[in-house]
Design a protein around this ligand. Structure first.
Ligand code: PMM
Length: 265
């Protein structure tokens, strides 16, 4: 899954694809590099970010979804708003990726159920402005698995077919670096929930933390792509359904290598 953030302020690639034409071209480039689907988002979810208006989010996202879908690209829309999901699906999006797992907007589950698309349920504990204070766990893997299970049950009760649910541990969302690493180390426990697993580690803080030397500053987000590809290989090997990344080429190679190793086992 290649990422196109149509935002001025995402931590990883903010401002680079803010114009529709540039965003569509970037999505097509990511497909050429091996992405099977493109995730289009119009709201930054970096820690501390404040929310964007619905009208502005629609203005950013819908033309890019339409442009990519009309080129035959499988598009997912990354939004916490039911109205944005609905209009993006009408413009050709095939999947709805909601980092709040349906918690942020009370209409989301109903809209996705009616649309009949797959729905990414990410583990989430609250909006970006306050999420760092919610990174408190006894056993992070068990708690994330339990909270994901509760969300799965809730969205099924709201009418989304169980077979349309994809789950995601939400790396970096109300989690510190040690939490993220534990989750990556125990993807099998999330796989045990019985649904396809999406892993979105690309360029995130925990990778900066891993790469920083003792007492040194972490490398900037755009220098974390090799580390991202390493997580992609590990995730593929652990049975992930997809990895969500900004730089596709290295991840496509990493996934190919993981598959080849499995084929030789
Ligand atoms: N992370 C970001 C945005 N969207 N979607 C899913 N399903 N899972 C994630 O972990 C996730 C996401 C934040 O990263 P970005 O600002 O680099 O896109």
């Amino acid at each position: 899954m290649g990422v196109v953030n149509v935002t001025p302020d995402s931590f990883s690639d903010g401002g680079r694809w803010f114009d529709t034409t540039a965003a569509v071209k970037h999505g097509l480039d990511l497909v050429a590099q091996g992405a099977d689907l493109i995730d289009v988002g119009g709201e930054s979810t970096r820690p501390g970010a404040s929310r964007v208006d619905a009208s502005e989010e629609l203005r950013r996202v819908v033309p890019v979804v339409r442009g990519l879908a009309s080129e035959g690209v499988t598009v997912s829309v990354d939004t916490m708003r039911a109205r944005v999901a609905e209009e993006a699906v009408a413009a050709g999006a095939a999947l709805v990726n909601d980092v709040s797992g349906g918690l942020a907007d009370p209409d989301m589950v109903r809209v996705v159920a009616a649309a009949g698309t797959p729905f990414v349920v990410m583990h989430w504990r609250g909006f970006s402005e306050s999420m760092n204070s919610r990174a408190v766990y006894g056993d992070v893997v068990a708690e994330v698995a339990r909270e994901l299970r509760e969300r799965m049950d809730a969205v099924v009760a709201g009418g989304i077919a169980p077979e349309r649910i994809v789950i995601d541990p939400g790396l970096g969302f109300a989690k510190d670096a040690a939490h993220d690493l534990s989750l990556v180390a125990h993807l099998d426990e999330l796989r045990a929930l019985g649904r396809p697993l999406l892993v979105a580690a690309s360029r995130k803080r925990f990778l900066g933390h891993v790469l920083a030397g003792e007492g040194a500053a972490p490398p900037p987000a755009r220098e974390r792509d090799a580390a991202t590809a390493a997580i992609s290989a590990l995730s593929a090997h652990a049975g992930a359904w997809a990895v969500r990344v900004h730089e596709v080429r290295a991840t496509a190679d990493a996934v190919r290598v993981a598959r080849a190793v499995e084929g030789a086992a």
